[in-house]
Structure formats: C-alpha cells, structure tokens
Design a protein around this ligand. Structure first.
Ligand SMILES: Nc1ncnc2c1ncn2[C@@H]1O[C@H](COP(=O)(O)OP(=O)(O)OP(=O)(O)O)[C@@H](O)[C@H]1O
Length: 274
C-alpha cells in the first residue's frame, strides 16, 4: 500500500508511534576487547531518548566515543551492557527502518555500479519489486537535487554529489530513523552548508528522525533541536542542550542570530572543559 509521509509517497505503513520515543537509550556501556590486556572502556554510562521527528546532534571531544555510540545505536556493534531500543525493541542488527550514512562517501558507493544501481542495492536486498525500486530511486535522487545523474558512475561525481547519493540511498528505504556519522566532514565549506540545508529539507519532507554525530559545534547548533554533549572517554552525557532557534533555519540568518552565538559559546565551553 502506498501512503504519504510529509508529502512523499511511501510503500509501507508508517510504524505505530505516539506511544513512546523512537530511540530510547538506557545506561549504555561499551568496552572494547573486554577481559584482554588491551581492554578499553569507550562508553561508561549513556542514557537519552529521541522523539519522532527530532533532529539530535551528538558532540564531544575527539575520542569521546561518538562513533562507538552511533555504531552501538544502529545495531552495528553489540553493547557491553544497558539497552538501546528502537521503537520499543532491542536491535540485534541494523533494523529495516533505520538508515546509516557515514563520512567516507568514497568507500560507501560501489564504483562499478551506476548511481541508480547503487541506490537500488539495498532495495533489491529487501526484495522491493522492480517498478517500486525504479520509482523510489528517481524520487530520492530528485529529493537530493540529483535528478539527472542516475546513469553516471560515482567516480564521475564530485565529493559533495557522492555524499548526496549516499544520503539518497539511505532515504530510499524510507527509514524512520537516520544515523549520520560526520556526514559532511570530507567536503568543502560551501558544499557543507548546502548539504546541511539539504538534510534539514529532507528531514521536513520525509518526516525522518535524525541522530547526527559531528565535530563541528556550529553545525550542531545549526541543525539540531537538541545537542547531546559527551564527556571525554569513557563517556557519559555531560549535558543535553535544547536549541531554541527559529525554524526554518537559514545559513545567513540563523548563524548571525545572537542566540546562535550564545548556544555555540555554551557548547564550546562544555566540549573543551576537561
Ligand atoms: N575497534 C576498537 N577497538 C578498540 N578500541 C577502540 C575501537 N574503536 C574505538 N576505540 C577506542 O574507543 C574510544 C572512542 O573512540 P571513537 O572512535 O568512538 O571516538 P570518537 O568520539 O568518534 O572520536 P573522533 O572524534 O576522534 O572521531 C577511543 O579511545 C578509541 O581509541
């Protein structure tokens, strides 16, 4: 059945919501190489919740465990203890309604497949029929502003365009929740601004909940509804900061708002304080 979410056609019923958070993290702890000489506790105790439609950014000093946390939350790494529930259920692997976008677009696309085929791979795996696959590929490429590159290959596109393709691929399976790990770190400053605006737009169009890790405090303030600040590893939640900036946001207006500067300053102090 085709339903509409945020004005975009989807092929499955939206997951039942309203009864609780999309993501619920309770006392999450992660120890690498437990019991060995090189044992390393990356995350000590992290708890938070994410509501449907929220945009949450995770920041913290280098090595704080941000990537580790995202991998645990998306079902890519087992937790040592604690719970991470997606729509009320524990994740054994990446659930079907969860998308993941990483920083390194150059390694995330298959160079021997056209852009359309790259986007269709996870849809094929999920046995989406050919007609629906082709429709969704067209739709998500248009959504990320790349309607005319389907027949081209990844190596024929700029870095920013490849990252748009990676975002389109994650959107193609219509996730309820999108995890993004430093997704704009490898592109130039102007492309980064464009991609930030793109992700805010697709969040509104697709109604997707987003959890994004970034090193960039300004980016976190610009994008987020709330920013989770991690302490140095083994990490704990230092503070969760609500971003009360007006929407829709715009690079020129939002970043020159006094409130933006105050939030940025507060977050910077939290991240740099030992
Ligand atoms: N596979 C692994 N095995 C052992 N230790 C690891 C592994 N991956 C990460 N670590 C350690 O866990 C800690 C957290 O690493 P992680 O990469 O999650 O931090 P981060 O906040 O994402 O870092 P950065 O900001 O530099 O990207 C670090 O001390 C790191 O060395």
């Amino acid at each position: 059945m085709t339903t509409s979410r945020g004005g975009v056609a989807t092929d499955r019923e939206p997951t039942a919501r309203g009864s609780g958070p999309v993501l619920s993290v309770e006392s999450l702890r992660k120890v690498y190489n437990a019991g060995r000489a090189d044992e390393r506790e990356a995350i000590a105790d992290v708890s938070f919740e994410v509501e449907a439609g929220e945009f949450v950014c995770i920041v913290g000093p280098s090595g704080a465990g941000k990537t580790t946390l995202l991998r645990c939350l998306s079902g890519l790494l087992p937790l040592t203890s604690g719970t991470a529930l997606f729509e009320g259920a524990a994740m054994q692997r990446v659930p079907e309604q969860v998308g993941v976008v990483f920083q390194d677009y150059s390694r995330s696309l298959f160079p021997w497949l056209s852009i359309s085929r790259n986007i269709a791979v996870p849809l094929k795996v999920r046995k989406v029929d050919r007609q629906a696959r082709e429709r969704r590929v067209r739709e998500v490429l248009t959504a990320v502003g790349l309607g005319d590159v389907g027949k081209r290959y990844p190596w024929q596109l700029s870095g920013g365009m490849q990252q748009r393709v990676a975002i389109a691929r994650a959107l193609a399976y219509q996730p309820d929740l999108l995890f993004m790990d430093e997704p704009f770190a490898s592109v130039d400053a102007q492309t980064r601004f464009d991609l930030e605006d793109l992700i805010l737009r697709v969040r509104d169009e697709y109604g997707v909940t987003i959890v994004l890790v970034t090193h960039d405090i300004d980016e976190a303030v610009y994008l987020a509804d709330r920013v989770i600040v991690l302490s140095p590893a083994p990490s704990q939640v230092k503070e969760i900061v609500a971003v009360d900036l007006a929407k829709p946001r715009s690079q020129a207006v939002t970043r020159s708002d006094e409130r933006f500067t105050a939030l940025r300053q507060h977050l910077l102090e939290l991240v740099t304080a030992s």
